[in-house]
Design a protein around this ligand. Structure first.
Ligand code: CLF
Ligand code: SF4
Length: 493
């Protein structure tokens, strides 16, 4: 292990935040999620995704994205969307983003790039549809590209207006596009989309869903032909498309989609959406995992999505958007690459060190599973970023869930919680919620934990382990897994 934490502090750039990392060898790419290391994909593909936090799971430990809300017009209605809020296809429902002109957006991007050296991607993800509200989208991408040519440009769209934009996206060097596809059967689509606006008029029912489906499939084919990497987002809607997800997965994979992100419906009556008002619930964690499991192969499954805001700024799982509102931006700003260059040099060293440690961890887990018949283990990790166990239990806002067995250590999903420790005291209601959220977990790995929460968790059958402060996550998980296989069962305590 290197002294990278110290080097990061020396750079005065703060600690990377956000979710943890994934799967190492021993399982198929589809089972493992988004690519985690260069060997998972061809070299040219890795070059495209290595600093995109959504397309490469490893990258989300080190790189940030930001969104700008510049394209408010939309050409359809989804039953999980209320137009007073952001586009729910890529963003957290029920929030309102700050709308910007292309010039304001470019100014904001430069200001963020100066303050957030992890910034690697600019996304346009609503509210509205960027391919439909094309003039504003295009103007924003062009202005930003002129100032920051190495920033990746990323578009998220419903796909209806996309086929005619693919050539321009290619010319503008947009290498990553997300299309939200919730169905490949118009009968299913008719329950999700009350209308679309296409070729100058409103269409409804089966006709609307059929046109949307055909346009989405055409979009995928054109994007693949243009060598633009495609992620497909699917909103999992209980009672409507959960049994249909495998068909969606097969259809998008056949048309070259690189990554498939199955997102839970977020639905609340106060959001004022059709689904929220009719009381349709979102899926449980188990239902989400079941839908992911039904998509046995083909396109990789993204598991580290955070359903960001449409004006989110920062690492996935954090949002620094409030630090960069329009009223706080300088009137004129120019980009200074000094901190970003230093950060990227640090990331190169850290990544290499971490890959080595993770490979060793998988080997250790494999040995433990093979020689000691250790049962699979599900672990919740407390971390502030960098792929290390570096957060106190009481301050954790999001657990990273991992599975480990003889095949190695695999990232499963993030789980958000309220922080247990507020004002120096533990909150019993939060503890009850944490126990519920971790009902399928056998162990928590954290930098530190107090005696009282440790005891309470133990009563619920969850061992809290703080024996690996600042260790790489995979290394620590493999070590505790190896111990579970020992006859004395001292499980890392
Ligand atoms: Fe933004 Fe989307 Fe591009 Fe990422 S988000 S436009 S691909 S840069 Fe990422 Fe956020 Fe999930 Fe989207 S975590 S909601 S998948
Ligand atoms: Fe809302 Fe986005 Fe659907 Fe348009 S495409 S209705 S903005 S969720």
């Amino acid at each position: 292990m290197s002294a990278d934490v110290i080097r990061l502090a020396d750079l005065k750039i703060g600690s990377p935040r956000g979710p943890r990392r994934p799967a190492k060898g021993g399982c198929s790419a589809a089972a493992c999620g988004a690519p985690a290391k260069p060997e998972d994909v061809p070299a040219a593909t890795w070059a495209k995704i290595q600093d995109h936090p959504c397309f490469a799971e490893e990258a989300h430990h080190y790189f940030a994205r930001m969104h700008v809300a510049v394209a408010p017009a939309c050409n359809m209605q989804c039953n999980y969307c209320n137009r007073r809020y952001d586009c729910a296809n890529e963003s957290r429902p029920g929030v309102v983003s700050e709308r910007l002109t292309p010039d304001e957006a470019a100014r904001k991007v430069i200001a963020v790039a100066n303050e957030v050296p992890q910034l690697a991607v600019l996304g346009i993800a609503g509210p509205g549809d960027g391919a439909y509200d094309w003039a504003r989208t295009k103007a924003t991408f062009e202005r930003v590209h002129a100032e920051l040519p190495d920033l990746k440009l990323c578009l998220s769209t419903n796909g209806l207006a996309l086929p005619e934009r693919v050539d321009e996206l290619k010319e503008m060097n947009v290498a990553h596009v997300t299309v939200t596809i919730n169905m490949v059967d118009p009968a299913v689509g008719a329950a999700i989309y009350p209308w679309i606006f296409y070729q100058g008029r409103r269409r409804t029912g089966l006709e609307a869903a059929r046109i949307l489906h055909e346009r989405q499939m055409e979009s995928l084919e054109r994007l693949a032909a243009a060598d633009i990497l495609v992620k497909v987002n699917s909103v999992l809607i209980p009672g409507i498309n959960e049994a249909h997800m495998a068909d969606v997965h097969a259809a998008v994979t056949a048309r070259g989609a690189f990554l498939h992100n199955i997102m839970p419906l977020i639905s609340a009556p106060e959001h004022g959406t059709a689904f929220g008002l009719e009381g349709r619930r979102g899926p449980t964690a188990a239902e989400l995992q079941e839908a992911q499991a039904s998509c046995g192969g083909g396109a990789r499954l993204m598991r580290h999505c955070r359903q960001c805001r449409a004006d989110a700024v920062g690492m996935l799982g954090e949002d620094r958007g409030q630090e960069f509102t329009l009223d706080q931006l300088p009137d004129e700003v120019s980009f200074d690459p000094t901190e970003r260059d230093a950060y990227r040099a640090w990331v190169e060293v850290e990544r290499a060190d971490r890959r080595e440690a993770a490979a060793a961890a998988d080997a250790e887990a494999g040995t433990a599973g093979a020689t000691a018949a250790a049962p699979p283990l599900r672990v919740a990790v407390c971390t502030k970023g960098g792929g290390r166990i570096n957060a106190h239990f009481g301050k954790t806002e999001e657990f990273q869930i991992y599975d480990v067995d003889a095949d190695g250590v695999r990232f499963v999903a993030p789980r958000r919680i309220d922080t247990y420790c507020v004002g120096g005291r533990g909150d019993e209601k939060v503890m009850a919620a944490i126990k519920d959220a971790l009902a399928d977990v056998q162990m928590i790995l954290c930098e530190r934990i107090g005696k009282r929460p440790r005891r309470e968790l133990a009563v619920a059958g969850i061992a809290a382990v703080d024996a690996f402060p600042l260790a790489y996550i995979e290394t620590a998980i493999a070590a505790v897994y190896a111990r579970t296989g020992r006859a004395d069962g001292t499980a890392g305590a």
